[in-house]
Design a binder for this molecule. Structure first.
Ligand SMILES: [Zn+2]
Length: 263
């Protein structure tokens, strides 16, 4: 399951990682939090066999992030979780992480495990939550996971546009802490740097930046997903421009999130 693999003493990588994470941080168990996450993870995976489903854990830590790795667990930081105002926003985070499994991305961890397993627990934990996943997967796979994750949300009946309100929260949070690069990327004039029609020099510039930082600017991620939503709508209803079109009022939520990454 989940591209997990056996290693030392018959333990799987996923089991080993889970044990290490449990030692390094407290996991949330309050019923308000667990009810919501179980509700969302069940809805997103309703059509999957029990044995193929992933499970979300919510470790208490300050980093605003989520990640997954070989095994059956998704780790969703408590700080990110508490700023998600709706089930749709939670679903987008979880859908993105499920997508890394569906798309085979987690298999890329194989090449890293020798190094990973030698790290002391606290270092390992910090490494994961500071974006190892983004470095392992890279920007292109992060984009793919965004799209597939959003598709999973919509297949489960969540409204796509409401899922993307997560990016409003991420953006406000990043602006609050003063991380303008996180929001805009290297080119503040453009939200369309990843558009297929963008000039190649623009693309080269942003991909180089992504390579260095390991993540995409929030606005580019949101913009790509708005286009994805628009394309899906066009496919279904050629003449309709639902809710005023893809670029209409996206950002009206008032919550905040932390820096980077829903990786
Ligand atoms: Zn990711």
């Amino acid at each position: 399951m989940g591209h997990d693999f056996q290693f030392e003493r018959g333990e799987s990588f996923g089991e080993w990682l889970h044990k290490e994470m449990l030692e390094a941080a407290a996991f949330e168990d309050a019923s308000w939090a667990m009810d919501r996450i179980r509700r969302v993870e069940a809805r997103l995976q309703a059509d999957r066999l029990e044995s193929n489903r992933l499970k979300v854990e919510i470790p208490w830590l300050e980093e605003v992030t989520a990640f997954t790795a070989p095994g059956r667990d998704i780790y969703f930081s408590r700080r990110l979780y508490e700023v998600c105002a709706t089930d749709e926003q939670v679903a987008f985070v979880v859908g993105h992480e499920i997508a890394h499994h569906d798309l085979g991305h987690v298999a890329l961890f194989h090449g890293w495990t020798d190094k990973i397993v030698r790290l002391p627990g606290a270092t390992l934990f910090a490494l994961f939550f500071h974006g190892l996943e983004r470095l392992v997967y890279g920007p292109q796979k992060e984009c793919d996971a965004d799209r597939h994750g959003l598709d999973l949300c919509m297949s489960a009946g969540y409204e796509g546009r409401r899922c993307l309100e997560l990016f409003d929260i991420l953006e406000q949070r990043a602006l609050y802490i003063g991380d303008l690069d996180m929001v805009y990327g290297p080119d503040v004039e453009s939200d369309d740097e990843l558009d297929k029609n963008a000039r190649w020099t623009t693309k080269a510039q942003i991909w180089a930046w992504q390579k260095k930082s390991g993540y995409l600017p929030i606005r580019d991620r949101r913009q790509l997903l708005m286009k994805h939503l628009a394309a899906k709508h066009e496919g279904v209803q050629p003449s309709a421009a639902p809710n005023g079109g893809p670029a209409s009022q996206l950002g009206n939520s008032g919550v905040t999130e932390g820096p980077p990454s829903v990786s």
